[in-house]
Design a protein. Structure first.
Length: 431
């Protein structure tokens, strides 16, 4: 599908926040401007730079914060109608709610409806890039890629592969799963803003033959990402290790199959040994922190300080629909509380860096997304610190500094705090 035509140049004016330094120190223009041209950022700086663009249309967001659009590194688009399904931990929740729900995505029209809702809801929440699982159905993956292309949105996705321990209608085989993945990646990887992720769901639902076939795909298509789940829940770990008795531990199941690369995204990573952390760090794979999901499913507390100390690359994600909220602000707020429970501090600047530049780096896309800098995609979110009565009341007490405003935004904010979302230069959501 053709990319949407970007509109002509225009500017945004407001407080601009982008993480351009190697540490968590943001670049801030209190009264700043961003010039957008042909879907990309053409210039950024103090508002005075607008003098060089006489007559340019300017969206006045003074009093608001303009940030790079948020990036969600792990979500399941076919689970949007099972969010908040009551009362079960991971394996029962998958069998009782998720698998029956994912079977419905066999209907391409239904899948298209889910895909459109999912992406629009992300955009409404200020998320402009997403790395998402599909269902096992190739047509459902097509539906999501098509929906993202029509919105000009950065998407990494792939058909989920499962060849055991799932209902028969949700199973492919090592051979058909790989063949369908190849057809999809040939169709979509590098088309517009799409990238393909080779997606064996997790060790429990793949036979050794399917993990081997996945590894062959990874070797043949090193440009693609890999996404799977690792070490989320104790029963899951015991089951996975029981199915792969030759593996030293859960991580070794993927590692011995050659699935840990620097393009591999490992959802959850909660209960890992030091040995496993060391392997993941050496392979340069990414541990994906999914706080609302980890709390909702009672999976455990992600130990961010330990991950960092081990040198593991990190990202942050919603994990819709084990995760309960589309908002990266809400996701960061829950991450903060998980870290609080472990005595770890996590300043707002670290959270906002991770939601933007950090997640872009985790995806290897720092040259395209995650910052407000010339040449990068014009993927932007505008946040209003006075969006709700409670926030406006809170903001009436003057903020000490930007960190305090950012922290209040992530603690109290949600979709209502998103004044506007821009993706590839297009104004796609406005409150
Ligand atoms: N592990 C394997 N599949 C899933 C899933 O869909 N959601 C979560 N949270 N964990 C998983
Ligand atoms: Fe997940």
């Amino acid at each position: 599908p053709a990319e949407p035509t970007p509109p002509d140049s225009y500017a945004l004016r407001g407080c601009i926040v982008s993480f351009d330094a190697e540490d968590d120190t943001p670049t801030v223009f209190d009264d700043g401007a961003v010039v957008v041209s042909r879907g990309r950022i053409a210039a950024v700086g103090p508002a005075a730079l607008l003098d060089a663009h006489p007559g340019i249309e300017t969206l006045d967001h003074r009093g608001r914060l303009i940030l790079p659009g948020f990036i969600d590194t792990h979500a399941h688009y076919v689970q949007t109608q099972v969010i908040g399904s009551y009362g079960k931990q991971l394996l029962d929740w998958l069998g009782g709610y998720v698998f029956p729900e994912e079977a419905r995505a066999a209907d391409p029209a239904h899948a298209a409806t889910l895909a459109g809702f999912f992406l629009d809801e992300l955009l409404r929440n200020g998320t402009t890039s997403v790395c998402a699982y599909s269902s096992v159905h190739a047509a459902a993956a097509d539906a999501l890629f098509a929906a993202a292309a029509s919105r000009g949105m950065r998407l990494i996705s792939g058909k989920t592969m499962m060849d055991r321990n799932a209902p028969p209608e949700l199973c492919d085989t090592a051979q058909t799963g790989a063949a369908e993945s190849v057809a999809l990646l040939s169709r979509w990887h590098g088309q517009g803003r799409a990238g393909y992720a080779i997606t064996p769901r997790f060790a429990i639902t793949s036979t050794p033959a399917q993990l081997e076939a996945s590894a062959a795909l990874v070797r043949a298509h090193p440009e693609c990402w890999v996404q799977t789940h690792l070490s989320e829940n104790h029963a899951e770990i015991a089951t996975a290790c029981g199915l792969y008795p030759e593996a030293r531990d859960y991580t070794d199941i993927y590692d011995r199959h050659g699935l840990l690369t620097e393009r591999t995204l490992l959802g959850h990573c909660i209960h890992l040994s030091d040995r496993e952390l060391d392997v993941i760090a050496r392979r340069r794979s990414v541990a994906v922190f999914c706080p609302t999901s980890n709390l909702f499913l009672g999976s455990g507390l992600f130990d961010l300080a330990r991950m960092r100390a081990a040198g593991v690359r990190l990202s942050l994600a919603t994990d819709i629909g084990g995760g309960t909220d589309y908002s990266m602000l809400r996701t960061a707020a829950e991450a903060y509380k998980i870290l609080q429970l472990q005595g770890q501090s996590w300043p707002a600047r670290a959270a906002f860096r991770l939601m933007t530049r950090g997640n872009a780096e985790a995806l290897g896309l720092a040259g395209e997304i995650g910052r407000i800098a010339p040449g990068l995609a014009a993927d932007l979110v505008v946040l209003d610190p006075r969006a709700t009565p409670a926030m406006a009341h809170r903001a009436d007490r003057p903020m000490r500094d930007l960190d305090e405003t950012l922290f209040m935004l992530m603690t109290m904010g949600d979709d209502r705090a998103v004044a506007e979302t821009i993706v590839g230069g297009r104004r796609v959501a406005r409150h």
